[in-house]
Design a binder for this molecule. Structure first.
Ligand code: PEP
Ligand code: MG
Length: 370
């Protein structure tokens, strides 16, 4: 941003910071975005979506990992990914030195990383008709078929993928912890938070956390660096909000994912907000604004409130944030402050406005209990 813009942001933030309690972080997956977010006043990264690191040229690496048929092939793919991820995280730790960085383990809807099943079927059928079908193509089609889902957003995503592909979350955790250890050895201050996506039951988190802790033990003995880090979870399924008391036994922080929580609470597909019925609902006034844009306080908001209360009842110091789109929506920011969240996280460009709103909200509710 221009110097003038930076000064303007600074001015806004000074006003906003008067009586601030709730922090504003940014959602960012690259070193460049993280540096930009920091210039805009972000007080940390609230969500680094690691699946975004594999779009474009690197997509094929994840595809090969998902489709690996032997343990050896899978381990080879993981070994190839490890140094790439280490470098990704090193850049973000450099950009955010001293500020908290929440890195979320892989959460791709599977179809984004697999060949399109229709195209593949047509290609194989044409090849077969010409008598040119290759064994490899047939095997690929079978593998893709086996993984094909009617509802990928409700399918093999997030923690489920981590549980199904041995070594995947360990590889990512190792890359995070090795990058952080190197950063600390250079004199930096990495503040690492490893986040597990789409948890619906504490048992899922416990299994992954155990693996992360084992990796951390290895990294510590290999590097000699003692790192502090937190392991936490997204709360983005109604079941997670309702069982937040159990989940808080294992989670050191919660981040509410209001995008998926809106989808799963209403049963509306977040990918089809242009659906015909949706505009009909808006016209009929069933809701005034899309619940994906402005937080539905009675449903989704109530689940956030319940999750926060039940989580803190078990672990009083539980760190709470939100990283869905609503984290940057001014009206929703006031609600999150009221519920007692420690931070909201939004896209870098929305940080200045969110900080202004967080400052205002804190000013208005200083007497609220948390
Ligand atoms: C969410 O669901 O609110 C969230 C932040 O995760 P994602 O949008 O990546 O699913
Ligand atoms: Mg989500």
């Amino acid at each position: 941003p221009s110097t003038e813009l930076v000064r303007a942001v600074d001015r806004i933030m000074r006003t906003a910071d008067g009586s601030r309690r709730m922090a504003v972080r940014a959602n960012s997956d690259t070193e460049e975005d993280s540096a930009r977010a920091r210039r805009f006043g972000a007080q940390g990264i609230g969500l680094c979506r690691t699946e975004h690191m594999f779009l474009g040229d690197r997509r094929a690496l994840v595809e090969a990992l998902i489709l690996a048929d032997t343990d050896e092939e899978r381990d080879r793919q993981l070994a190839e990914l490890l140094p790439l991820q280490r470098e990704d995280f090193a850049g973000i730790f450099d950009a955010m030195d001293g500020l908290p960085v929440t890195i979320r383990l892989l959460d791709p809807p599977l179809h984004e990383f697999l060949p399109d099943i229709t195209e593949l079927s047509v290609r194989v059928a044409v090849a077969e008709a010409r008598g040119e079908a290759r064994e490899g193509d047939l095997r690929l089609l079978q593998a893709v078929h086996k993984l094909h889902e009617q509802n990928p957003m409700l399918g093999l995503r997030g923690v489920r993928l981590g549980l199904v592909i041995p070594g995947l979350f360990e590889m990512q955790s190792r890359a995070i912890l090795e990058a952080a250890a190197a950063h600390q050895r250079k004199g930096g201050v990495p503040r690492v938070e490893i986040m597990v996506p789409l948890v619906g039951a504490v048992q899922e988190l416990e299994a992954i956390k155990e693996d992360i802790i084992a990796v951390a033990r290895d990294v510590r003995s290999e590097t000699g660096v003692h790192l502090e880090f937190l392991v936490g979870t997204m709360i983005e399924l109604p079941r997670a909000a309702l069982t937040a008391g159990q989940i808080a036994e294992s989670a050191e922080f919660f981040s509410f994912g209001t995008n998926d929580l809106t989808q799963t609470t209403w049963g509306f597909s977040r990918d089809d907000v242009e659906a015909a019925f949706f505009s009909h609902y808006l016209e009929k006034g069933i809701f005034g604004v899309s619940p994906f844009e402005s937080l539905d306080r009675e449903g989704v908001g109530e689940l956030v409130r319940i999750g926060a209360e039940r989580g803190r009842a078990v672990r009083p110091g539980l760190k709470l944030g939100v990283c869905g789109e609503h984290g940057g929506d001014p009206d929703s920011v006031h609600f999150f402050n009221e519920v007692g969240l420690d931070y909201v996280s939004c896209s870098p460009f929305r940080v200045p406005v969110a900080r202004l709103e967080a400052g205002r909200a804190n000013g208005q509710s200083d007497s609220d209990s948390r």
